[in-house]
Design a protein around this ligand. Sequence first.
Ligand code: ADP
Length: 488
Amino acid sequence: MGELTSAVLGGESRMWIGGRWVEAVSGEFVDVTDPATGEVVGRVPKGGGKDAARAIDAAFSAFPGWSRRTGAERASVLKRWAEAIRNHRQEISRILTLEQGKPLAESLEEADGAADFVEWYAEEAKRICGETLPGSRGNQRILVIRQPVGVAALITPWNYPATMVTRKMAAALAAGCTVVLKPASQTPLTAVALLKLLEEAGLPPGAANLVTGEAGAIGREMMADPRVRKVSFTGSTETGKKLIRASAERVKRLSLELGGNAPLIVFPDSDLERAVEATIGNKFENAGQMCNGINVLYVHESIVDRFSERLVSRVQSLRVGRGTEPGVRMGPLIDERNLRKVEALVEDAVRKGARVLTGGCRLTGEPHRSGTFYAPTVIGDVTLEMRLVHEEIFGPVAPVVPFREEGEVLARVNATPYGLAAYVFTRDVGRVFRMAENLEFGMVAVNGTSLSVPQAPFGGIKESGQGREGGRHGMEEFLHLKYISLNL
Ligand code: ADP
């Protein structure tokens, strides 16, 4: 075990506030458990409103110093952070798998992805530029400058405990904001590890702060304090809506990355093998717990049997188990609550006439007995009356729905309140453009299913959220424009 792992696993971690590692005001701790075994793998302070207030104080005090550093100075801290994450990728991925459940190979990929976001924003910190505009009078000069919004509160989910932290935090710090991070209660240990590395990278005290514990109380404090000028949240649409309501009081800026209902649409002219592989890569990554994960597979009626057959045989080869075991391709679901939701959606479909082609149940025998495992599942004969077509499954269940016409499938997938990601498989160039332009989603992937890269604006429309993360657009979320009119 390395130094980082032994500091985080098995013992009591601390929150990072004002450059010091501290306990919660309550003095209490909460357990963090391994979803594959139910065992406690670490403990974090049970912070609440008062702890959030202390963290906001620290971030507010650190703001003038951090925001006035040059972009290059901020970049050098971030670069060291990216390097430290890469140097500790094995340790981070072990912590991540133990608290989250995904296979080590996926955790390693996530640790590398987390470092990539930090590196990208380190580079971008140097490129926060303004504009000059022509004046309306001969003696007028107009300048537009970009300034950091101030203290930013970052609330992250449990499905990507490393990349969701760095995608938000690196953008905010690069912009010159100071931050308070509240990681998901299920997966705070990865955040503790990442911030230990950020401290070593030389971030000044208070520029980033970590608060763990009671989400509701911490969230309320973040929304109530007028010094928090921006909230960036990734999580459920339900909690996102609560934050929108709470933000009204202080007119806070929000970026929200919420739920989705991503369709995969496979046309008969597509490369079937590639479509099946890409489906496996997306639908069963992280046991299907991905906000841009495929929810429903729409496959043209002329190829649906062939497609389903291949998919089933690939799905049956996926090994399910503890993420720390070599060769395991899929881990447990995050907790009992999510497992029950997946079970309920499948039961509803079966009751309404769907056919389970493989899987379709919780795994209860050894070695899955003490974890929250669900079998990788494919379901056929799915109809629009079934809940899993309309609700976000967030589990390893692939419902297959046949379609006949391009227009019909387009209308059907656009008729959801969500709009995060859509996937299309076709080799017809005209159709590529028709679909990409008419799909009402923030992101469309054609002939592939992976989307999250540092340079691209990740995010949704409709009830899937607002604002973007990643790329220069992601940094704009932490900057405001100031217009300066000069009269000579
Ligand atoms: P999920 O249902 O997928 O766990 P949530 O939206 O409940 O998603 O949680 C996502 C993140 O939001 C987590 O970090 C969680 O602790 C936090 N959270 C949950 N409820 C609130 C709230 N009322 N205010 C602020 N943050 C919250």
